[in-house]
Design a protein around this ligand. Sequence first.
Ligand code: UDP
Ligand code: GLC
Length: 387
Amino acid sequence: MTSRILFVDHSAVLGGGELSLRDISRHYRETSTVLLLSDGPFRELLESEGVRVQIVHAGSSLLTARRDGSGRSVAAAAELAKLTWKLARIAGQFDLLYANSQKAFVVSALAGRLACRPVIWHLRDILSDAHFGHGNIRLVTTLANLCATRVIANSQATASAFIAQRGREAKVRVIHNGIDGAEFARVTESEALEVRHQLGLGNRRLVGVFGRFHPWKGQHVALEVLARLPDAHGLFVGAALFGEEDYAAHVRRRARELGLEHRVHFLGFRRDLPQLMRAVDLVLHTAEAPEPFGRVIVEGMLAARPVVAARAGGALEIVREGVTGLLVPPGDVDAFAAAVAGLLADPARRAALGAAAYERASREFSLDAMLRGVADEIAAVAGNRPK
Ligand code: UDP
Ligand code: GLC
């Protein structure tokens, strides 16, 4: 029997976690619903693909609770109680809860208890001081140990951080993101050339930096790298999704200070990443803190482009160093510049790495493999549900 799943996410923007949930939830759309704690483009995307969506607005103090936990005021506690109660009533119509973000997990863990429904937490963050406050980490690991039936980690790096924070290892399964390669395979040479044409780039060397703007994603590092490569252009694709507009403005300002405005192109958030990735010579990923997984790394590989990434987090599990791309110590601008310059000067090597990257990404990070992994966990959890 197909399980009725209530997927829960606090966010309705198009982040990597949400795009991955889109792939999972549409597979279960006949029987399941995605419950969002805010409204936005993610709802529209899901509905356009026939996924049922329900919005239950979380109060603002819950959604904006600060990383050090100090935002968890009395108001937030009252909102949490109200939301938990609402969610528990809805959860009664489903077989299990599947939380896709930390905030969603906190509410789902409590609601699952009230409604006697098992909870899967798809953990997509590295729980470390670089990203989260101590209180926050304690809260979610304690709730996971008490209330989650399974914790699906998006990488070994994410799983290890959870376990290092005393999350229970027996609950953890690692399932890498799988990405649909079809959209990448469909891109034609002329579409990629058109991107270059519109930017007036001809056959200039072009480095692509893809991802939402955030200080830990390290767009500022990528700028410094480009400043050391006078012949290269840079394509920056992505926007601030979670309120980091000041950082995005800082990066643009820094580009001007470095005199890069004529060779750095900020395109904002785009939905045509396959075409854009096929237009660049290589993908640069300069995260300063470990990337939990890094979908854009796999996507660059599906576009048959070598990826030069920071040697940390999920990138270590995705990139085969020297075979599909290059890894560089995080934040080491000189080492990044040397790696990128070497590849830009060597088309044959780029082609060889790109071909190996494509092969590895399609084999190891397929959508089917991810869906099979998730289905196994759902079956195991639903099968154990107390009657
Ligand atoms: N993305 C997009 N448009 C953009 C920038 C990013 O559609 O302008 C997508 C990208 O294709 C990827 C996701 O956003 O699937 C980002 O996921 P990733 O795991 O790299 O990072 P996250 O934002 O989840 O930390
Ligand atoms: C999160 C992480 C990112 C990961 C994505 C999908 O947003 O920041 O590294 O790829 O989730 O699991």
